[in-house]
Design a protein around this ligand. Structure first.
Ligand code: CDP
Ligand code: CDP
Length: 214
């Protein structure tokens, strides 16, 4: 197993940005695991399916193509909502688990961001971060991001989305969003992107110094 950096946390906390920057710093491949659930939700809706239909959602998850993660539709507000609704289904999570575990184990290392990386996918990860920020700050960031992508959205609606998604993600029975006991909490509410990355880098460097691998 390589030096896996697991970056978990709620929507729009900045975990993806931090994960991508860490991956660049160390030269490791990065996986945004949320894209897997987003892609399942997007295809299911495009096929006219129902997000609560476990069999249909599982059939999509089983046949997911990596190219589907690259589509602009997976980055929309609706895709985030759909993702959290298909992510409650255990068979969907099972279909996506092996791919994530294989990605996690590669040498010399990898970075994965999501909700359950440090708790379920790879509890053995030598470096674990739980990135968070207040719901208001996260809503502001997500609002800016979606607006920059050309999606017309209201801040109040995005804040409501964030609160619902936090509740659904932390309240589900399979792989709920929770900080692993040994994950370092990083609250980025008052931090710029550079400040958050700097703090994350220090946490990872400390974990690397203690790592017994190569
Ligand atoms: O980008 P954002 O933080 O809004 O969400 P995301 O990371 O793209 O994840 C979308 C949804 O997928 C989350 O709200 C979770 O319900 C689900 N997800 C999950 O269950 N497990 C993961 N490892 C990653 C995402
Ligand atoms: O992956 P996750 O949904 O947690 O968040 P992200 O996509 O990394 O970040 C959401 C948005 O907030 C992006 O547009 C980032 O550039 C921005 N951001 C920020 O303004 N300040 C931070 N400290 C972190 C992220």
């Amino acid at each position: 197993m390589g030096f896996l950096i697991a970056v978990d946390g709620p929507a729009a906390s900045g975990k993806g940005t931090i994960a991508a920057k860490l991956a660049r710093l160390y030269g490791y491949p990065a996986l945004d695991s949320g894209l897997l659930y987003r892609a399942v939700g997007v295809r299911l809706l495009a096929e006219g399916g129902d997000l609560s239909d476990v069999a249909a959602a599982t059939a999509v998850a089983r046949t997911l193509d990596p190219a589907e993660l690259e589509k602009p539709e997976v980055r929309t507000r609706a895709a985030g909502e759909a993702a959290s609704r298909v992510a409650i289904h255990t068979p969907v999570r099972e279909c996506l688990r092996d791919f994530q575990r294989a990605f996690a184990a590669q040498e010399p290392g990898a970075v994965i961001d999501g909700r359950d990386i440090a708790t379920v996918i790879a509890p053995w990860a030598p470096a674990k971060l739980f990135v968070t920020a207040s719901p208001e700050v996260r809503a502001e960031r997500r609002w800016r991001q979606l607006t920059a992508q050309g999606e017309a959205v209201e801040y109040a609606d995005i804040l409501a989305d964030i609160r619902i998604r936090d509740e659904r993600d932390s309240g589900r029975s399979d792989s709920p969003m929770v900080r692993a006991d040994d994950a370092v909490l990083l609250d980025t509410s008052e931090m710029t992107i550079d400040g958050a990355f700097d703090a994350a880098r220090r946490i990872v460097e400390a974990a690397r110094a203690n790592w017994s691998g190569n």
